[in-house]
Design a protein around this ligand. Structure first.
Ligand code: CMP
Length: 138
């Protein structure tokens, strides 16, 4: 069944000029790009987005990084989008990511790992609503 997920092209990938190449891989894998924009977020906005990780030791590093430069948040759609996008991204740590995955192709480290993807239906709904208004999602 058709499903939506949420993704971010992170500051490292934008800075490296990999935005178009990542979008090409996403489209090649069969995802429809329902909404996308370029923006920068504040530290407080990054903290709100990643609130579930607030107790983790890497929370400060993660939120500083995500607010360090432009990002491309986006909403993607296809059958089984959440699980299939996580497969396309590869492991959180690019050293463990399979060949051909976005993180294998474009990520440098576990902290600066090129892309984010929602891990479940409830987090996808929260994350889509955090960055996009309903009127942007027709
Ligand atoms: P993401 O899918 O955006 O969701 C949480 C993020 O935390 C994750 O990608 C990683 O970039 C980051 N992360 C996870 N583990 C670590 C770690 N050990 N050090 C730094 N960042 C981490």
């Amino acid at each position: 069944m058709s499903q939506r997920t949420f993704s971010i092209i992170k500051p490292d990938a934008v800075k490296a000029g990999n935005t178009a190449a990542i979008l090409a891989e996403i489209q090649k894998a069969g995802f429809k790009i329902v909404a996308i924009k370029r923006m920068s977020i504040s530290l407080a906005q990054a903290e709100g987005f990643y609130h579930v990780h607030s107790a983790r030791p890497f929370f400060g590093e993660l939120t500083q990084f995500m607010s360090s430069g432009p990002i491309f948040p986006m909403v993607l759609e296809k059958d089984n989008a959440i699980a299939d996008f996580r497969k396309l991204m590869g492991a959180t740590n690019p050293a463990q990511a399979e060949e051909g995955t976005l993180r294998k192709l474009f990520a440098a480290s576990i902290g600066e790992n090129a892309v984010h993807g929602s891990d479940a239906e409830d987090t996808a709904a929260f994350e889509i609503g955090y960055f996009f208004a309903g009127i942007e999602l027709k």
